[in-house]
Design a protein around this ligand. Structure first.
Ligand code: AMP
Length: 569
């Protein structure tokens, strides 16, 4: 490909360059070399300036068009003819490259042809209405210290709906939902549900800062069911889904889909589209007509590009685990598709954390959202989990692990976390050779194998799941009695997430972490977690933490002095 100066912005660049440099620029092409030559006419000064500007542009363009290595125009003594005469240059007519107002007007006009979106389905229960401000404060405090706020608003927006305490208070007008909740034998709403249901049924945008295991999926799904049914266009007449849930991983997407199907509310149907799954089948499901699509960003883009995913009738959008999607580099893919969704839809975001990237997404895609922050449930889960730390050498891990396995009870179920795929495979093969009922999961496994591994551990066919961190978040596996950190995670947040895979739904659990000298940098933070949960802290852990802290201090004071690797002990 040659560099075509006369195309689009290139064309206007020539007149811009002429104007800025004072030189006259003539574009010629050497077809045999597939290169473009520029001839410059003007004073030495204008020639110098034009050359400089051209070099700047070509460097920029080379950065942009990295696929093309021969795009730079040839500017050399042969190709440039200078003249001492100044050439009069006209100021270029600047075409408006992007007319924002016009775009907004056209967008508004386009969406005005779509049916109105109904969002408010909430009727406050008399008991909730009667709650005083003090009651509301107390309820929020007692429910994991829920904090609610219109975080992105500079003014005092409309009042934030009060929390509910029972399923009846939230869904008194929806008996089928109540009966499904009863069937599920849930005792009461989780903290995020207490506050999210009134907000979402009122039609407000929401950002839920909550972890997996907090009940966040039903927090956004039950209002979604009500939203779908409440729209003016009957679903038979609607093209494409009304609800889109975007999730970072296939496992989480499949889990959300499972939750929808488990709930089986009226005839609301869903389809899960994710990379690694059967594309043809996913397209067929989309074509057959679905109310809810749960998608991972890559496959969502793919099916959007191919025209199989129609997004213009989506009126309720959920970005689940937004922080994780950003960590996984999905921002561009998200933004591409979200741009085409109705701007006045209702939007829900969930995230475990609230970093600037997530805030940026929220600013772009939500309208005056109410943030609901519930204290980390995984951290509270660590209170229902006995956390045991084994200080050992790397070489002792395997024996310690198989000693533990040999002593497992018949009802025990364990997730074992390894730091690498290789280690996961190794341990898995060892388990298979010992004929242990095990399964393994990591990101290099085929999707069907990953799904099978999860199904096996869920139904108890496997009692041991060996996994990399891909399984530490988002997975909701019942009855995990033990978590083993075969390799201690790189950061303490991951530790908390892993520990939270057991001790769920009111049950107790045990987490066992193999901690070696390599992990000494995490000792201090681990001590904080153990102390907070009133767990036993081995003396060696305190020693390691102190040694690491003093090493850090020395490093700051003597930045040039090196430390021998063995110095940590
Ligand atoms: P999630 O945080 O959405 O992944 O939910 C974790 C688990 O909690 C899922 O198995 C849900 O079915 C379950 N769950 C959701 N709401 C409740 C509730 N109110 N009480 C007990 N369990 C619940």
């Amino acid at each position: 490909m040659s560099f075509d100066w006369e195309d689009g912005r290139g064309g206007s660049n020539i007149s811009d360059l002429e104007y800025q440099s004072g030189a006259k620029i003539q574009v010629t092409k050497e077809t045999d070399k597939e290169k473009t030559l520029l001839k410059l006419f003007g004073t030495a000064e204008s020639f110098r300036k034009a050359t400089q500007l051209i070099n700047e542009i070509t460097q920029d363009r080379q950065k942009t068009y990295t696929r093309n290595e021969s795009i730079s125009p040839q500017i050399n003594s042969k190709s440039v003819v200078t003249s001492n005469e100044s050439v009069p240059i006209k100021k270029p007519e600047r075409a408006k490259f992007f007319d924002m107002e016009e775009c907004l007007r056209k967008e508004k006009e386009y969406w005005s042809n779509f049916p109105e979106i109904r969002k408010n389905f909430y009727e406050e229960h008399p008991v909730v209405r009667a709650l005083t401000e003090k009651d509301v404060k107390e309820i929020r405090l007692e429910n994991n210290n829920i904090v609610v706020d219109r975080v992105l608003s500079t003014e005092n927006g409309a009042a934030i709906p009060k929390p509910v305490l029972t399923f009846e208070q939230a869904f008194c007008r929806y008996p089928e939902i109540l009966s499904q909740l009863k069937k599920a034998q849930f005792a009461k709403p989780t903290p995020i549900q207490c506050q999210a249901w009134p907000i979402l049924m009122s039609g407000e945008d929401m950002i839920g800062i909550a972890q997996t295991g907090s009940g966040k999926t039903l927090a956004f799904l039950l209002p979604a069911f009500i939203h779908i049914e409440g729209q003016l266009t009957p679903k038979e007449d609607r093209k494409g889904p009304a609800v889109l849930v975007v999730a970072p991983t296939r496992e989480l997407a499949l889990q959300i889909d499972k939750e929808i199907k488990k709930f089986n509310y009226h005839s609301i149907n869903s389809c899960c589209i994710y990379g690694g799954g059967d594309r043809k089948q996913q397209v067929a499901e989309l074509k057959s007509g679905v109310d809810i699509v749960i998608a991972t960003p890559g496959r969502m883009n793919d099916l959007f590009d191919s025209g199989d995913l129609y997004i213009e009738n989506i009126t309720y959008l959920i970005l689940d685990e937004a922080d994780r999607m950003l960590d996984m580099g999905f921002e561009a893919q998200l933004r591409r598709v979200l741009y085409g969704i109705r701007p006045n839809r209702q939007t829900v975001m969930t995230s475990a954390t609230w970093p600037s990237g997530v805030r940026r997404l929220a600013v772009s895609y939500t309208k005056d959202p109410i943030q609901v922050y519930v204290g980390s449930l995984d951290l509270t889960a660590t209170h229902s989990v006995a956390q045991i730390i084994h200080i050992l050498e790397e070489g002792d891990k395997e024996k310690t692990f198989f000693d533990f396995i040999a002593n497992m009870g018949p009802d025990d179920k364990v997730i074992v976390f390894c730091s690498t795929k290789g280690k996961t495979d190794y341990l898995s093969v060892e388990c298979i050779m010992k004929r242990l009922p095990s399964a393994s999961i990591h990101s290099n496994k085929e999707q069907c194998d990953r799904e099978q591994a999860i199904a096996d551990i869920m139904d108890g066919t496997a009692k041991i799941l060996i996994a990399t961190d891909v399984a530490s978040r988002g997975l909701d596996i019942d009855d995990v009695t033990h978590v083993i950190n075969y390799d201690f995670p790189k950061n303490i947040e991951e530790y908390v997430h892993r520990v939270g895979r057991t001790g769920r739904a009111g049950k107790t659990g045990e987490s066992i972490s193999y901690f070696t000298s390599e992990n000494w940098a995490s000792a201090g933070e681990l001590i904080n977690i153990l102390e907070e949960a009133e767990q036993y802290v081995p003396k060696e852990l305190y020693d390691m933490s102190e040694r690491f802290a003093s090493r850090q201090q020395n490093k700051t004071q003597n930045p040039k002095r090196g430390f021998r690797s063995g110095s940590r002990w």
